[in-house]
Write a protein that binds this ligand. Sequence first.
Ligand code: GLA
Length: 406
Amino acid sequence: MKRFLSLLLAGLMVLSLSACGKEAPAPAPEPEVSVSEPATEEVPASVEETEEPEAEEEMPEPPVLSLKDIYAEHNMKVGTCLSRTMIEKEQYSEIVLSQFNSFTMENAMKPEATLKQQASKDNGEVTVEFNADAIKMLDFAKENNFAVRGHTLVWYSQTPDWFFRENFDNSGELVSREVMLERMESYIKQIFEQLSTLGYADMFYAFDVVNEAWMENGSLRQCRWTETIGDDYIWWAFYYADKYAPEHINLFYNDYNEQYKHVSLPKYVSELVDEDGRSLIDGIGLQAHLYTQDSLSTYFTSIERLASTGLILEITELDVCLGAYQKALPATEENLRAQGKYYYNLISGLMERNEKGLINMDSITFWGFNDSLSWRSNQSPLLYNSQCEPKYSYYGAALAKEFAGF
Ligand code: GLA
């Protein structure tokens, strides 16, 4: 029967691959040292064609596992990004509830969701309000005992342009540094005040104060924040977050391509101190949007260097695409096995380094769980396939080596 199911599965994979027009893969290129484009602007490489995958070999029935129990043994929380669909569709919510104990809202707490243009115009000052999706997810967290990562306050992307303009008007002039600093303070203050007033603040353990500000070449990304406030806007964001966030919430700088930023980031975060030399930042968020051909030894060396800042590290948006940034690979049996092994080696390597005290990591968050809901859905980056069946990558992430494709 199992043999039959394996053949059926292989047959279905062939069908779905041919539906996508994929054929034989060219030999995998060496992992490139050059850096990728920003995660948010990524254009996936086209998928190469492949041979028919071989039928899956028989293996013992995989055990029922729970990531949250496994990670708790290593003193780590494990999270997913969350959207309303993921808690409203039972097929998804079952996975969220059984596997995770932490989440980050995928979009509902980004500036474009919390900043209200009309209300800001009417009130003559910046006005923040959580939308129905955010409230729904915060209630879900409360009912089900989830810890929450706040994401994100100050970012160049998904932030409305009117926020930086006179009278909160789309066609207004950009405001002065002084006005923008006032707006930034008020915005950050309102976020934390409302979370407290609404009774949600206690669930938050970490907050991304600034997202994706520094480039791989060590320069500052130019954006509306630099145009209005200037290059010290990051310091001010942390200053205000430190001033208004409840004490128990750790404040993070979050970024992608972290493996290429280990020289510049330690220098920048060491400058985020107040007048008395006290650090305004608690941690560095490692987005970990990776590829199965990205070098893990480069990754581990870089994050050990980031850990030397003394800051907490959190994996914040983990997903691992098949192949390389320059060359995506199709979802063949072989490539999915490689992904399972990669997840196993990555997660076990992180746990090991944490246990040895080489890094101080308290949570790992995946950027979703089901391939079809992912922002990189055509590259099969997550733990479950579109039918919510666990992949080799799930078993790799669960540290169940014998089922992880080895
Ligand atoms: C970045 C952001 C995330 C998300 C991803 C793409 O990594 O931090 O919030 O938008 O891009 O989905």
